[in-house]
Design a protein around this ligand. Structure first.
Ligand SMILES: [Zn+2]
Length: 123
């Protein structure tokens, strides 16, 4: 079934700096690549969204975790990084991380409490 889907999915990467983002709404997952190969998800998220400002945490229904962190882009240029993601869909961005966007802010959901606390502190 998954094989069948991948056969017609259009996994065209969008390049942001040296990171190629392939976010597929149908597969619900994100792949991070560079010209050297696969990029670690935490490294890729830091490269794309590391400069974003933490706005707060919200209760989110339908998200993979009960609480979701909200990040805002510091500039219009950085906001365009959100365009690499499909809107209003939870995408699996790493082993314990999901990302979503409405085109204006980044929503981050993780099921690892420790990671949640680290991100919440802005570490
Ligand atoms: Zn796909």
């Amino acid at each position: 079934m998954a094989m069948e889907k991948n056969a017609w999915c259009d996994h065209k990467p969008a390049w942001v700096g040296r990171i190629a983002v392939t976010a597929c709404d149908d597969c619900g997952r994100i792949d991070w690549m560079s010209s050297e190969g696969v990029v670690d998800s935490s490294e890729a998220i830091a490269a794309l969204f590391g400069s974003y400002d933490l706005v707060g945490a919200i209760d989110a229904l339908g998200a993979p975790s009960p609480e979701v962190l909200v990040y805002a882009p510091p500039s219009g240029r950085k906001r365009r990084h959100l365009d690499t993601l499909p809107r209003h869909a939870w995408m699996k961005a790493g082993p314990h991380i999901w990302l979503s966007t409405d085109g204006e802010t980044l929503l981050l959901s993780t099921t690892q409490q420790l990671m949640f606390e680290n991100l919440n502190r802005g570490a």
